[in-house]
Write a protein that binds this ligand. Structure first.
Ligand code: M6R
Length: 360
C-alpha cells in the first residue's frame, strides 16, 4: 500500500525520517556507536568497500567518514571491477559489502572472492539474503521493503549504518576520545529530524525540477562528501527521468567538463556551509562566467555566501557538516523524482532496469 502516495518512490522518500530513527536506534546510544560483537577495528589496518550502484555511492561517502574519523585507509570499488581484478587482501583487511537486496550477482561474487582472505562484514536490507548469510557479520539496515527501482530509503539507511560503523572504527582505534565520540553521536541522532525538515523543501525542488525537465544534459557538482552525493543525484536523475546527467568533484571542473558548460546545461551544486564552501563557490563563479545556470542546494549561510547570480536555489536546514550527506540525499532524490514526473516517465519502474540485478 502506497499510503496515499502516487508512487512507491514518493512513499519511500517520505518514510526516511522514521526509518533513519529506527535504524540509528539499532546502532547508536547517546555515548556512541553500539555495534554487535564481531565488529572490531582494533587490528584492522585497511578496509575495502565493495558494492554496485547507489550502494557503491554510499560506500564512497563512508570513505570520507571512516578515513576522517578513524584514520584507517579505505578503498572503494564497484563489485564488477573488484571481482575480476582480484586485488590482494590480507588478515588485517576488513571487506565491507553493501547491498540493499543482498542478491546482486557481482557483489555476491566479490564477497565469495574475499572468503578466506579477509574478514567480511555485510550491510544489507534483506537479512535472509545470500550476502547476509555468507558474511562473517551482517548489519541489517532495517529500511523495510524497498519497491521503487530507484533506491532512496535504503541509500540513506545504508549511510546511517555506515556512519555508526565509522564512529565504532574511530573508537576502536582510539582516534576519538569519549567526549568527541558522544558529540558526533549526538549530531548523528539529530539527522532524522533534519531530514524531516529537508522534506519541507519539496515545493521549491518541484519548481526547479520543472525547469530541469527541459534540459538535455545536467551536471552535478560537490566537494568532499558532497561529491558522492553529486554522483547519487546524477544517477537518480538518469535512472528515472532519462536525462543525461554527469557528476564531478567540483575541483575537476576545469580539467575538462567545463567545456560542456553553456546556458543550456544546468549545473546542480550541493554546497552546505562547510570548510570547502569557498572553493565550491569559486567553481560556481567559473560556471557563471561561461553563462552556465547554477542550481545551488545549500543552507541559509552558504546560500548567503554563494547566492549572487544563481539561476535557482533550494534551502536545506543548517546541520552538522559531518553528516550532511544524509540531509542532501533528500534534494537529490526529490529533484530526480519531480523531474521524472514532469517528463511523464515511469518513476517506479524505469525502462531497462530491474530492482535487483541477479545476473552479471
Ligand atoms: O540491491 P543492491 O543494493 O545490491 O543494488 C545495487 C544497485 O543495483 C542499485 O543501487 C541501483 O543502482 C539502484 N537502482 C539505484 O537507484
Amino acid at each position: 500500500d502506497k499510503g496515499g502516495h502516487r508512487h512507491w518512490m514518493a512513499k519511500e522518500i517520505a518514510e526516511q525520517p522514521a526509518i533513519l530513527s529506527d535504524t540509528l536506534a539499532h546502532y547508536l546510544t547517546p555515548q556512541g556507536p553500539a555495534l554487535p560483537d564481531g565488529v572490531d577495528f582494533a587490528d584492522v589496518d585497511r578496509i575495502v568497500m565493495v558494492a554496485c550502484g547507489s550502494a557503491y555511492l554510499a560506500c564512497l561517502t563512508a570513505k570520507y567518514w571512516i578515513e576522517g574519523l578513524a584514520r584507517i585507509p579505505v578503498e572503494v570499488d564497484v563489485a564488477s571491477e573488484f571481482r575480476y581484478r582480484e586485488p590482494p587482501l590480507g588478515e588485517r583487511t576488513l571487506a565491507i559489502l553493501v547491498s540493499q537486496s543482498g542478491e546482486t550477482a557481482d557483489t555476491l561474487a566479490a564477497l565469495r572472492y574475499c572468503k578466506g582472505q579477509a574478514r567480511i562484514l555485510s550491510v544489507v536490507n534483506v537479512p535472509t539474503s545470500s550476502i547476509a548469510r555468507e558474511a562473517d557479520v551482517t548489519l541489517p539496515i532495517h529500511a523495510g521493503a524497498e519497491i521503487g527501482v530507484a533506491s532512496t530509503k535504503a541509500f540513506t539507511a545504508q549511510l546511517a549504518v555506515l556512519a555508526a560503523v565509522a564512529l565504532k572504527a574511530a573508537s576502536d582505534k582510539g582516534a576519538l576520545d569519549a567526549a568527541a565520540l558522544a558529540a558526533h553521536a549526538a549530531d548523528l541522532a539529530r539527522m532524522p529530524a533534519l531530514v524531516a525538515q529537508a522534506l519541507l523543501a519539496e515545493p521549491e525542488l518541484q519548481a526547479i525540477a520543472r525547469n530541469l525537465a527541459e534540459a538535455r544534459d545536467i551536471l552535478f557538482l560537490g566537494r568532499g562528501a558532497m561529491y558522492p552525493l553529486a554522483l547519487e543525484g546524477a544517477l537518480k536523475l538518469k535512472e528515472i527521468s532519462y536525462i543525461h546527467a554527469e557528476a564531478y568533484a567540483a575541483g575537476e571542473l576545469k580539467h575538462g567538463p567545463i567545456a560542456l558548460v553553456d546556458e543550456h546545461v544546468p549545473v546542480v551544486v550541493f554546497a552546505p556551509s562547510d570548510a570547502l564552501l569557498p572553493k565550491t563557490v569559486s567553481n560556481m563563479h567559473e560556471v557563471m562566467a561561461r553563462s552556465g545556470r547554477i542550481v545551488m542546494i545549500g543552507d541559509a549561510d552558504s546560500l548567503q555566501t554563494g547566492g549572487d547570480g544563481l539561476w535557482r536555489q533550494a534551502r536545506m536546514p543548517q546541520g552538522p557538516h559531518l553528516w550532511a550527506p544524509l540531509l542532501y540525499a533528500v534534494p537529490a532524490q526529490l529533484l530526480a523524482y519531480h523531474t521524472a514526473i514532469a517528463k511523464g516517465t515511469d518513476v517506479d519502474q524505469p525502462r531497462n532496469l530491474a530492482k535487483s540485478v541477479t545476473v552479471e
